[in-house]
Write a protein that binds this ligand. Structure first.
Ligand SMILES: Nc1ncnc2c1ncn2[C@@H]1O[C@H](COP(=O)(O)OP(=O)(O)OP(=O)(O)O)[C@@H](O)[C@H]1O
Ligand SMILES: [Mg+2]
Length: 265
């Protein structure tokens, strides 16, 4: 089949989850820091089961968008809707909404004085009021899932960066979130441990978890994302399926950005 027919067929494929109401909708979101415009009217949607990768230059607003997603920031305009309902502003309601989203940062932010198991079990115990034995059983299952059952009793200082990040993912999953938000989860890792974290994320994606992933790992975005959004200066420069963004970008600056990263498909 020639490439243009293949591309046309690809383009005709419906976007994943398009048959259901979107999980997240960003409607003309604006965020200012002083008079600096960090997000300049971003409109976007995330469907159920989608893996959306956010890429773009440093300072383009990717982390800000994640922070607006779990109400860590107050908007200066527009709305973010979770399951069709605008994010609340009241602190007690904000906390409930945050429980529905798991967040994984570049810095793992585990509690250093707690074992891997206790780091994972802590949220269910303190936030959900789950009995300790049940929470520990859940935590153990999640450590197994991320390949760290044998490290359950290790303290973070005695885990590699990749292992710590996998504990952080298990900890986020322990709250049974509807959406997982990842902000450059592998940027602080030694190269040899990046793969183990990306594999855990890939497995989650295959299980149908809805995920937003800010990443500089272009090959992950190409292989695992079903939707890629390119940011520039607080706005969306281009969005589309990975085949479009990486192989056939419609915006010349997308190509420039990927070229600067050394991306050549
Ligand atoms: N709390 C803040 N106060 C002032 N300016 C901020 C604040 N947080 C972010 N900014 C600015 O907003 C812009 C967007 O920042 P953001 O962290 O979203 O970028 P990013 O795309 O995640 O970049 P990177 O790839 O470097 O992480 C940047 O210019 C940043 O300096
Ligand atoms: Mg960032």
């Amino acid at each position: 089949m020639n490439a243009s027919i293949q591309a046309a067929m690809g383009a005709a494929q419906p976007r994943k989850g398009a048959d259901q109401p979107p999980v997240l909708v960003y409607d003309n979101v604006r965020k200012l820091y002083g008079d600096f415009v960090a997000l300049n009217g971003v409109s976007l949607q995330v469907n159920k089961g989608e893996v959306m990768c956010l890429i773009g230059p440093s300072g383009s607003g990717k982390s800000t968008l994640l922070r607006c997603t779990n109400a860590l920031e107050t908007l200066n305009g527009g709305r973010v809707l979770l399951d069709g309902v605008p994010l609340p502003t009241k602190e007690s309601e904000v906390r409930k909404v945050r429980q529905r989203m798991g967040m994984v940062f570049q810095s793992f932010e585990l509690f250093p004085h707690k074992t891997a198991l206790d780091n994972v079990a802590m949220g269910p115990i303190t936030v959900l009021g789950m009995p300790e034995s049940e929470a520990r059983a859940r935590a153990m299952k999640l450590l197994e899932k991320v390949g760290l059952a044998s490290k359950a009793q290790n303290y973070p200082a005695n885990l590699s960066g990749g292992q710590q990040q996998r504990v952080a993912i298990a900890r986020a999953l322990a709250m049974e979130p509807e959406v997982m938000l990842f902000d450059e989860p592998t940027s602080a890792l030694d190269p040899e441990t990046v793969g183990e974290v990306l594999n855990v994320m890939k497995k989650l994606a295959q299980e149908g978890m809805t995920m937003i992933v800010v990443t500089h790992e272009m090959s992950f975005a190409q292989r695992v994302a079903n939707w890629v959004v390119v940011f520039e200066n607080g706005a969306i420069m281009e969005e589309g399926p990975p085949a479009q963004i990486f192989d056939n970008p419609t915006v010349a600056r997308t190509r420039d950005f990927l070229g600067h990263l050394g991306w050549n498909g």
